[in-house]
Each structure stands twice: as structure tokens, then as C-alpha cells.
Design a protein around this ligand. Structure first.
Ligand SMILES: [Zn+2]
Ligand SMILES: [Zn+2]
Length: 151
């Protein structure tokens, strides 16, 4: 496995590991965020706003028993195990869908190619190695497949 930041080879602890160290991961995402802001001037303000909204929604689903979706999240033991900073680094850590590879849309996240977050293993929590970016259309067809497999 080659580190995405320093390009050095390393032995990953798990299949999804992209960086040889926390430092490489941190600096990569710092640089990425700066580039991202430069390349998306018109929605720079939304950078934190949109991500914060997503984070707050997850927090509600996982931690507020009165939230309508709590039974599918917090009620099933799904927890939010990352800080807002860590979350934003992952949420904006990729501009392409982890399944089909198309560039995700930040201007309209409700569009078919809109940016969405996926929990890779549905039994696991919102934690760094279990999250990836998908386009809305891939996320929806995956949700359909998962439902079908459970029935
Ligand atoms: Zn590295
Ligand atoms: Zn996709």
C-alpha cells in the first residue's frame, strides 16, 4: 500500500487505510481543504455550513431519542464517534463517488450526483474508517440492495 500523501509504501492495518501516519492524513486533508476552497469559491461558505448540517443531523439521529430516525441509528447502537473537524475532513475528503467514480455535486446535493455520506458497514458506527463519499444515485441503489438482502 502506498501512502496517499508521502507516497511511501507501508503495511496497512486494515484494507481501507490510505495514509502511513496520522500526520500524513492530517496534512493531506488540510491541503485538500485549502484546494477545495480555492476551487469552489462560489460555495466556500457552504463548505462548513453544509458539512456542519450533515454532522448535526447524524448527531440527532444517533443521540436524540426523540428524533424520528433514532430507532434506526442510536436505537440500534450506531454512534457518532468523530469530532466535527474529523467529520468535515472525511465529508470533504473526496470529490468523487466511491462506487461509480463520477464527480459529486456540491451545488445541489439533492441531485442524482449530489454528495452523500455512506457507512460502509451498516452494523458499524460513524467512525473514520467506516465512512465514504458516494453520489446520491449510488447511495440510493445501495440502500435498495441492502434492504432487499435483509428481507
Ligand atoms: Zn505518509
Ligand atoms: Zn456514484
Amino acid at each position: 500500500m502506498k501512502c496517499k500523501k508521502c507516497k511511501r509504501s507501508f503495511d496497512p492495518n486494515h484494507g481501507n487505510q490510505k495514509f502511513c501516519s496520522q500526520l500524513c492524513s492530517d496534512t493531506f486533508y488540510d491541503d485538500y481543504r485549502e484546494d477545495w476552497k480555492k476551487n469552489h469559491p462560489q460555495i466556500e461558505q457552504d463548505y462548513t455550513k453544509g458539512g456542519s448540517r450533515a454532522y448535526n443531523n447524524i448527531q440527532q439521529r444517533c443521540e436524540n431519542p426523540n428524533h424520528p430516525s433514532y430507532s434506526n441509528y442510536g436505537g440500534r447502537g450506531i454512534q457518532l464517534r468523530l469530532s466535527k473537524e474529523e467529520f468535515l475532513a472525511i465529508y470533504f475528503g473526496s470529490d468523487t463517488c466511491g462506487l461509480c467514480g463520477q464527480t459529486v455535486n456540491d451545488e445541489n446535493r439533492n441531485a442524482k450526483d449530489g454528495r452523500t455520506l455512506d457507512r460502509i458497514d451498516q452494523a458499524k458506527s460513524y467512525e473514520p474508517d467506516n465512512l465514504r463519499i458516494l453520489c446520491r444515485s449510488c447511495n440510493a441503489s445501495l440502500a435498495y440492495k441492502r434492504r432487499k438482502n435483509r428481507l
